[in-house]
Design a protein around this ligand. Structure first.
Ligand SMILES: [Mn+2]
Length: 569
């Protein structure tokens, strides 16, 4: 079908060129010279074939320099007279006449439509029109370029009969459908991957804005950037402006917090009411799967917003493959829903998703950095490291730098800064020495007060982080306990090591083996100490428990008791 189209275009332009050349010859009062004329037709056609075969005719214009006056004029006349019915092929000076779907209508003043033919989106302007968003119309008018974007000046607009849903449906199916690495885990989740990629592609094709929310650690940032870059790539390809349709911001809390959801609703309202745009599609990454997230999604659903979650945290509540947030989402990708665990991190999942959204997306460092940052010890991590062509050490350092910047940026998306870290070794080194300095200070203050004992074959350590670390500085107490835990675990491969750090109302847990999963601790505490209002979340080997401060000592004792009662092989 594509071949036919190209052939038609070639034939069409050949005919037009003959016309054009005739005109020039007449105009110049020259004697007809068939030989010259034929040569010129041939040359013009060759250039035209080349132009039509380029994927983006709007940005990749052929050079016009170094050509004779006669040629310039001939091309101008030729261009002015060309009538096209495909938005992917129109350019400045053409005349468009074809069937399109209206995806946006902006007022006041003149009406500015965004229209798509299923392939490309361009703006079309007219004084006034009764047609609204979703109408399918036959539209005609001259095409001109304004501020680097194409615009059709509407000369005629009529109701048309065409099934655009089918065209869009077909376009939205991901073009790339193979994962970047071999993975049994990914294969299990493949249908869900493709469904979500298709939904996001549809959003781009119908000019629906996309709001991305992600956790603000290295894994979350890598997730957000991958999806953002892929959406941006696709938007640029189809003529949708990412500046007005793509937004990304981090969640400070390790879940989709109430304050985040209200901020997103404000952004959504601004798009719809202030700029006549479609209600946005909300994507929550590396967050979103746990009961703590349910309120936010319930709120969104009540207001009619569509949300999708890509996460790898333990959803805690699982029934028939559904989580507590599933009823409020259109799609949910979490490895736990497929009988897997948290070891395929969100950054890894989002990298593969990004490749499906835009088949030209690539950043081989991203999944390797995400996997290392979130300590994913699976074969997929090794494969990503090999593909990245970097050492594990280099990737770890980039992850540390991303994490540090994320901490400093708080609610800010850090546009441009994170991208820099993938390539700027000097900046990565600078940040790493800063982080090391901070870590040394924190460890120096904390380590002397660490208490370690063996309980039932488990090496158990605990420390009061409130007393012995600086708060509101990087590395945070949560990271400090991670570093302390790593130090304790060094060389103790045969023993399970479990470390806890606490502040007045919170305990952070790190473990080398899932002897006492965080969720199990939470469930036991909730049952035995209901007045402590225990809550929290995490993976098998890492997590956070929150509670009413009065019960801190009792809770630590209860964790020790749980260890004593364990049956460790
Ligand atoms: Mn993560």
């Amino acid at each position: 079908m594509k071949k036919d189209l190209e052939l038609n275009l070639v034939l069409e332009s050949a005919g037009l060129k003959k016309e054009t050349n005739k005109n020039i010859n007449k105009e110049n009062n020259r004697e007809s010279n068939m030989k010259n004329n034929e040569e010129q037709i041939k040359e013009n056609n060759e250039e035209n074939i080349e132009r039509n075969s380029r994927s983006d005719t709007r940005t990749n214009r052929p050079e016009r320099s170094g050509r004779s006056d006669r040629f310039d004029r001939s091309e101008k006349i030729f261009v002015r007279s060309e009538k096209k019915s495909s938005l992917a092929l129109v350019k400045d000076g053409d005349y468009f006449d074809g069937i399109v779907k209206i995806t946006r209508k902006a007022r006041p003043g003149p009406v500015i439509f965004s229209v798509t033919d299923g392939e490309m989106t361009v703006d079309a302007v007219t004084k006034d029109s009764e047609f609204d968003v979703d109408a399918v119309v036959k539209l005609a008018g001259p095409v001109s370029e304004r501020a680097g974007r194409l615009q059709i000046e509407i000369k005629s607009i009529l109701k048309a009969d065409a099934n655009f849903d089918l065209i869009l449906e077909e376009k939205s199916i991901p073009k790339r459908t193979e994962f970047s690495i071999e993975s049994d885990r990914y294969e299990k989740m493949k249908p869900r991957f493709l469904e979500i990629a298709k939904r996001i592609r549809t959003a781009v094709f119908i000019n629906q804005p996309i709001l991305i929310r992600h956790h603000n650690d290295s894994d979350g940032i890598n997730s957000g950037l991958a999806i953002e870059q892929a959406c941006k790539g696709l938007m640029n390809k189809v003529g949708v402006n990412p500046d007005y349709n793509l937004f990304r911001s981090p969640s400070k809390a390790p879940f989709y917090e109430v304050s985040d959801v209200f901020r997103d609703i404000v952004s959504a309202k601004r798009l719809v009411d202030g700029h006549d745009q479609k209600s946005p599609l909300i994507l929550v990454l590396d967050n979103g799967s746990t009961p703590e997230d349910a309120f936010a999604f319930k709120t969104l659903k009540t207001l009619g917003y569509e949300a999708i979650v890509i996460d790898h945290h333990n959803p805690v509540i699982m029934k028939d493959g559904k989580t507590s947030v599933c009823p409020y989402l259109s799609y949910h990708l979490n490895p736990y829903m497929f009988g897997l665990d948290s070891q395929t991190s969100a950054g890894m999942l989002c990298y593969e998703m990004a490749r499906f959204i835009d088949e030209d997306y690539e950043n081989k460092l991203a999944p390797a950095i995400a996997a290392i940052s979130d300590r994913c010890n699976i074969v997929e991590t090794e494969r990503y490291i090999i593909n990245s062509c970097e050492t594990k050490e280099v990737l770890t350092r980039i992850g540390v730098a991303i994490d540090f910047v994320a901490y400093q940026m708080k609610f800010d998306g850090g546009k441009g800064v994170f991208e820099e870290l993938y390539t700027n070794t000097e900046m990565v080194d600078l940040i790493n020495s800063k982080v090391k300095e901070g870590a040394d200070t924190q460890l120096m203050s904390a380590l002397p007060y660490l208490r370690t004992q063996e309980i039932n074959g488990v090496i158990f350590s605990h420390i009061d982080l409130e007393k012995y670390t600086l708060r509101f500085t990087y590395p945070t107490p949560g990271k400090v306990i991670g570093m302390i835990h790593d130090k304790v675990a060094e060389g103790k491969d045969s023993f399970p090591v479990l470390s806890i750090g606490y502040v007045s109302d919170m305990i952070i847990i790190r473990a080398t083996k899932p002897v006492l999963p965080v969720q199990k601790i939470i469930a036991t505490l909730q049952k035995e100490l209901p007045e402590a209002n225990v809550d929290g979340g995490g993976h098998e080997c890492a997590g956070t428990i929150k509670f009413v401060p009065a019960h801190l000592t009792t809770i630590i004792e209860k964790i020790k008791t749980m260890l004593k009662e364990l049956k460790v092989e």
